[in-house]
Design a protein around this ligand. Structure first.
Ligand code: NAD
Length: 285
């Protein structure tokens, strides 16, 4: 299945609520300033049909402007944004959603995620209830979470009766999250990989380099192909048009089962970002 678009043919995945999401999207963390609108516009021209932003990234307006300027029909672009830690809690989340949607200049959102669980604030269940209300109101199509560990997911599912459509987590070959992926698969949660390229840390790994040579691809393409074959959604970021295009060109070759196992073997618990159990930047007090 491909994403519903006449101008792009990115393979897609069906979420547990029936919505279709492109398997590759464009991440826009740190895509800010004068270049932001142009860069996102270029991504859409190159064929990206999914943009991953967040209130925290400070570029929702630029994302909205680039989509509007692209001239693409609204239903051909899948837009994700995230609720920042400071906005957790039912009422605050409702207000934050309004603000994000306004900044994006959209009348509905495709996917809204809770950016971090912030267990110390103990508000993520109430926050998820706000997301459920927004979904019932038809203002967002799909709701999910980010940086949730198994225990956080279990609590949301038990206390709200709803399974998040997506969990967006740090995931790259040195931090492959096999256990969490298995839990997602068991519950019908799509795994979305952030920092899918490990911000470049695995480009010099001998297994990745060997496969790049075999397939005459770049290390980035080998890693993104690995994500696709695992069934992940991935949202690589680049400001360089040639790399943006390269990162999309991963659908015309296939790694063997043995090669997938070789990549699995280089996992070394190499987390780069915060620990979801303790990360609490800007948390409500
Ligand atoms: P990434 O793994 O996508 O790496 C990005 C870096 O890799 C770029 O800055 C660029 O220098 C390099 N790069 C990209 N393509 C390349 C290529 N083809 N060849 C060589 N180098 C290349 O890391 P990221 O930017 O941290 O993550 C991607 C997206 O994930 C972000 O933009 C954001 O949307 C999302 N994200 C979410 C969270 C979260 O907490 N939910 C956290 C971090 C990032």
């Amino acid at each position: 299945m491909t994403y519903r678009s006449e101008t792009s043919d990115i393979p897609a995945i069906v979420l547990n609520d029936g919505q279709v999401m492109p398997k590759l999207g464009f991440g826009v963390y740190k895509v800010v300033g004068d270049e932001a609108v142009g860069t996102i516009h270029t991504a859409l021209e190159l064929g990206y049909r999914s943009i991953d932003t967040a209130s925290f990234y400070g570029n929702e307006e630029e994302v909205g402007r680039a989509i509007a300027e692209s001239g693409l029909p609204r239903d051909e672009v899948f837009v994700t944004t995230k609720l920042w830690n400071a906005d957790q809690g039912y009422d605050a989340a409702m207000r934050a959603f309004d603000t994000s949607l306004k900044r994006l200049g959209l009348d509905y959102l495709d996917l809204f995620l809770i950016h971090w669980p912030v267990p110390s604030a103990d508000l993520y269940v109430d926050t998820f209830r706000a997301l459920q209300a927004l979904k019932r109101q038809g203002r967002v199509v799909s709701i999910g979470v980010s940086n949730f560990k198994k225990a956080h997911l279990e609590r949301v599912m038990a206390e709200t009766g709803e399974t998040p459509a997506v969990n967006q987590v740090e995931l790259h070959p040195y931090y492959a999250q096999a256990e969490l992926r298995a839990f997602h698969a068991q519950h019908g949660i799509v795994t979305e990989a952030w920092s899918p390229l490990g911000r470049g840390t695995e480009f010099n790994d001998s297994v990745i380099i060997g496969l790049a040579a075999k397939y005459e691809r770049t290390p980035a393409q080998i890693i993104l192909r690995w994500h696709m074959q695992l069934g992940n959604v991935a949202i690589p970021k680049s400001m360089t048009p040639s790399r943006m295009a390269e990162n999309l060109a991963v659908f015309d070759f296939e790694l063997t089962g043995r090669e997938m196992t070789q990549i699995a073997a280089i996992d070394k618990d190499g987390r780069q970002g915060g620990d979801p159990d303790t990360f609490a930047m800007d948390a409500p007090v």
